[in-house]
Design a protein around this ligand. Sequence first.
Ligand code: XIL
Length: 350
Amino acid sequence: MVFLLSAALAVGVWTKGGGPVTLREAAAKRRLLFGTAVAARYLNEPDYVEVLGREFSQAEPENEMKFGSLHPRPDTDPNPYDFKDADAIVDFALAHKMKVRGHCFVWYQQVARWVTAGTHTPEELSTILKNHIDTVAKHFAGKVYAWDVVNEAVMDDGSMRHTVWYDRPGIGLADKGTGYIEQAFQWAHDADRRAKLYYNDYSCETINPKSDGIYAMLQDFKKRRVPVDGVGFQMHIGLWANNPTTLDSIRKNFQRFADLGLDIQITEMDVSLSDNKPETLAQEADLYRAITDICVHQRRVKAIQTWGFTDKHSWISQFNRSRGWALPFDDKYQAKPAYAAILEALSDKR
Ligand code: XIL
């Protein structure tokens, strides 16, 4: 009996009242949230909502809070906004004691056609974006605790991406580099002073020209007290990342952003595979374990979030049919080796 008890204690979070614990419980013990992207259209699938409510403590709408989804009609229309799908996700999340992360105010994709059509002056676009941020932030104030204010504004070489909001034609700050990003953070802060405000991007997890550019921008913002609270690393990766050099670079990169006084979240993790052979799934698990381990040992990391949770509904195969199997649950909602590996890393007492 004593032996059984100490064996159970030794494996920590693996057992509790006899049953395995969940990602959200294991993460909570490390003061972390464990999140996932959520799509409103699956909320009527019993397996989907069961696993979502059980395993995750943070939810982020996969598409439903993007400009085009929330604001499909111009402000001259009597009814410019559609909040229904986003509200459904927020209601589900709050009913299951999950935090909600908003995604996103400023992005160059999935913008409504009435905005991208090219009929507005910079002055008009500035008013449109300010009002959009104000309306959306206030609609979700007190429910959405953190926002991706700006998503994917930097290119791989660290330069600014040319977008409708920056310089095509932009909101009037086309010649001011990161100025339009700063403006968006200020508007978001003015609209909801309690929300945590994040800059979010992909391919900037390691130290490289892109993360250097983002680092320089956020260092400047911090120095001048632009209201930015955190940086989101999307972490759309593959098995190429599973080597000591890459993992070490991720660790060092996280540390330099942490040293700026920023919170960090992994916002969209998935590990895209080309097959689901047992040995491939084992390598995927190793990579999930390694990334979780980095997060557990970086005090500034506040959440680990995957971009969906079941291989049944992952965006990866939408874009490349020969790839997939990127998430911790398979297409039948069964936990994969990656799931056990994450739990293990979360419960590791090193
Ligand atoms: C993706 C969604 O998952 C897809 O359903 C949609 O068709 C396109 O956008 N980076 C982001 C996310 O910030 O918003 C993207 O989401 C994936 C890449």
